[in-house]
Design a protein around this ligand. Structure first.
Ligand code: GLN
Length: 488
């Protein structure tokens, strides 16, 4: 089998045994990129020169006997993660020329472990969106059907894994941005517990919700990536000092006695019946393996979207205040005085979706409206979290669909902001509660992948991954998922 089609763990073995070399592997992935990325358009920046250099260095380390999980593995990085010396745009005109002087902590960790960087991936501008259509630069296409969206905001990260132009990628998830594109593209995506992974160097959207995580071909690869990027970081005060297990070691296809909660609210109105069917089948297959399934209820989940669309814009309005044309990024209207320059820069540099959210957030925080909107949303968030705590006293994991529908058509929802936002209705509550959430492919409907979402207790990624792994083994879909039909 061609090297780019293989999983991280398969490639690890081949590299460690010296059966293939790191430059050979990088070459295979870059070739695939040259062939399919003109169609898929997952990459905003391709770093092939750097990749060759890093592969060479990785090979030297391999020859010296070093054996680390990511040594020599080609990886793509979402373009909201700062990479020293590599353009980082957040898919926004306002940062079109921004070259960070430093690495995000996760990027630094990957470098230290000898990963090979193949490029920076497209996304919705500032991670605001669900289809990657809000990128200021290009529309990424779904490898299963090039007329459809890859999901968002980490659409480039998901499409790259599905089209084999990276072995694994990093994305970020504020309301579903890793899990929903993973579901749409038929790959595995994990949003870790809030605080598990350092956010230092992640360009902030909504800081109380943002979390970085991996997108991979298999659950095992996801476990490897998670161990590689996790851990406390003095540069991010919200990163938690919890031991980082070797998540790969917790993977046993064993669910006997496991208690699965199935929230009624995750199968409500708007969930496509075919999606519900695939997900129920997946849950039943675990029941056959000895898991106990309990129907549960988390009524506040239905308020999640409303709460999120106050809190996320509020935080974004404050986080995005720094793009003012003064220190870095775009500057327009220098002749207009400093206020005029800032106005012109922001009007020109931000897309409509971003501007809309800044305005909504500023409004929700303004005096007189703060209590009615922001404070009320915070109270709702607390109630939601308490409801999750309560059901997690009875069950080990929760399961439902990742997204209510499979990938929609390019252009289909851009004019319908509510419908677009509804595609995150099942993932947003997980961010509000700070919990880990995994999306694993659970079949195809009309030729498009469907995602099963597995939600865990705080810092219990080990169980989430184990259950995902058990399902993946039972389902036996991996071979089919290697060959997305849009590229055939
Ligand atoms: N689609 C959601 C939004 O538009 C979530 C995005 C994300 O997780 N970054 O805000």
């Amino acid at each position: 089998m061609e090297l780019h089609l293989k999983t991280l763990s398969e490639l690890r073995t081949l590299l460690d045994r010296g059966e293939i070399s790191a430059p050979e592997l990088t070459e295979a992935v870059l070739n695939q990129m040259a062939q399919v990325d003109p169609k898929v358009q997952a990459y905003l920046t391709q770093t092939s020169d750097l990749a060759h250099l890093m592969a060479q260095q990785a090979q030297e380390r391999l020859q010296q006997g070093e054996r680390t999980p990511l040594l020599g593995i080609p990886i793509g990085i979402k373009d909201n993660l700062c990479t020293a010396g590599i353009r980082t745009t957040c898919a926004s005109k306002i940062l079109h020329n921004f070259v960070p002087p430093y690495d995000a902590t996760v990027v630094l960790k990957l470098r230290a472990q000898g990963a090979v960087f193949v490029g920076k991936l497209n996304m919705d501008e500032f991670a605001m969106g669900s289809s990657t259509e809000f990128s200021a630069f290009q529309v990424t296409r779904n490898p299963w059907d090039l007329e459809r969206v890859p999901g968002g905001s980490s659409g480039g990260s998901a499409a790259a894994v599905a089209s084999h132009t990276a072995i694994a990628t990093l994305g970020s998830d504020t309301g579903g941005s890793i899990r929903q594109p993973a579901a749409f593209c038929g790959v595995v995506g994990l949003k870790p517990t809030y605080g598990r992974v350092s956010r230092y160097g992640l360009i902030a959207y909504a800081s109380s919700l943002d979390q970085i995580g991996p997108l991979t071909k298999t659950v095992e690869d996801c476990a490897i990536m998670l161990s590689a990027i996790s851990g406390h970081d003095p540069r991010d005060a919200t990163s938690v000092n919890q031991p980082v297990p070797d998540f790969r070691k917790s993977l046993r296809p064993e669910v006997k006695g496991l208690k699965i909660g199935v929230p009624r609210e995750m199968f409500g109105q708007g969930v496509h019946p075919e999606v519900a069917l695939r997900v129920r089948d997946a849950i039943q297959s675990l029941e056959e393996e000895g898991a106990e399934v309990h129907e549960v209820s988390i009524p506040m989940m239905e308020q999640g979207l409303a709460i999120y669309y106050i809190l996320a814009p509020a935080e974004c309005s404050s986080n995005l205040a720094r793009y003012d044309g003064v220190r870095y990024g775009l500057r327009v209207g220098a002749e207009k005085g400093h206020i005029g320059m800032m106005e012109a820069t922001r009007a020109e540099g931000f897309g409509d979706e971003v501007i809309q959210r800044i305005i909504i957030g500023t409004y929700a925080l303004s005096s007189g409206y703060y209590d009615a909107f922001y404070l009320k949303a915070q109270k709702g968030r607390t109630l939601l979290r308490q409801e999750f705590d309560r059901v997690f006293q009875q069950v080990d994991v929760l399961m439902g669909p990742t997204a209510p529908t499979p990938a929609f058509r390019i252009g289909e929802l851009v004019g319908d902001p509510l419908a677009m936002k509804l595609s995150d209705v099942l993932t947003i509550p997980v961010n509000l509660a700070g919990l880990p959430g995994l999306s694993v492919p659970c079949g195809l409907m009309e030729g498009l992948p469907v995602g099963l979402q597995i939600i865990g207790k705080p810092f219990d990624e080990a169980t989430v991954l184990r259950v995902g792994y058990a399902y993946e083994q039972k389902a036996g879909l991996l071979e089919q998922l290697r060959h997305p039909t849009g590229l055939a």
